[in-house]
Design a protein around this ligand. Structure first.
Ligand code: SAH
Length: 230
């Protein structure tokens, strides 16, 4: 079972958009668990202060190392294998391969930052890796954590009803997904491509591959180049 612990100042953000049938069922089946830790509970003073001004000056506030480390130390068993992740715009960019590797882990601990971020020393002393969901700045790590968890959870065997649906997908063959169609067969004068109605599976497979290649070539040259090399 994958045990997820989220460290946040906004515990009410969870399970948020992860509160969907698929993941609820997976939780009931004990494929994963979610524990939400309110960092503020570990503040030292009666005002529950979690942040302070940066040494050296500058705008904004930083999360204090003493408060955050206390939250981590009281909730993580450091004798076990843990992936400790701080969501941060300067981290390594999340990719399908990252999600795949993380879906094999047993303990994932996620720190959601706020303000200007967190004191560097906590990251260093507690073996925390930085992970980014893309080259843009969010106001907090919570939304990024939904993205991260959604990308991981669906790869855990048994979570998706049809295991195949996570295999034939964008990025899995260094390609992007081909166009798909459902009923009605004719809609707003637009018909579904003839080949898909042919019942000829080899032909359909060939058409889908050609489409995937064309899409990758035009929309994602980076993936197209990777695909061509393999
Ligand atoms: N001053 C920081 C940004 C802080 S944004 C900097 O320039 O690096 C506030 C919080 O939002 C961060 O602590 C982080 O947890 C989260 N966050 C913002 N952008 C993110 C991104 N692209 N990926 C992951 N987390 C992000």
């Amino acid at each position: 079972m994958l045990k997820v612990k989220i460290f946040t100042l906004y515990p009410e953000s969870f399970p948020g958009p992860l509160n969907i049938g698929l993941y609820k069922k997976a939780m009931e089946k004990k494929l994963w668990s979610l524990e939400v830790i309110n960092i503020r509970d570990y503040a030292n003073d009666k005002h529950k202060t979690v942040d302070d001004t940066p040494f050296g000056g500058g705008n904004g506030m930083l999360m204090r190392p003493d408060v955050l480390s206390k939250a981590l130390d009281k909730n993580i068993n450091f004798d076990e294998n843990n992936e400790n992740i701080y969501l941060s715009p300067r981290g390594k960019k999340l990719e399908q391969s990252t999600a795949k590797n993380l879906s094999k882990e047993k303990n994932i601990n996620i720190i959601c930052g706020h303000f200007e971020g967190v004191d560097q020393r906590v990251l260093e002393t507690r073996g925390v890796k930085e992970l980014s969901v893309g080259d843009y700045v969010l106001s907090g790590g919570e939304t990024a954590s939904y993205v991260l968890l959604d990308s991981i959870l669906r790869l855990i065997p048994g979570v998706l009803g049809n295991n195949l649906s996570s295999v034939v997908e964008s990025f899995e063959n260094d390609l992007l997904e081909y166009p798909q169609y459902t009923k009605p067969q004719k809609w707003e004068e637009k018909a579904v491509p003839e080949v898909l109605l042919s019942g000829d599976h080899a032909k359909i497979k060939g058409w889908r591959l050609t489409q995937s290649e064309a899409i990758a070539r035009v929309l994602r040259p980076d993936w197209w180049n990777k695909y061509k090399k393999n």
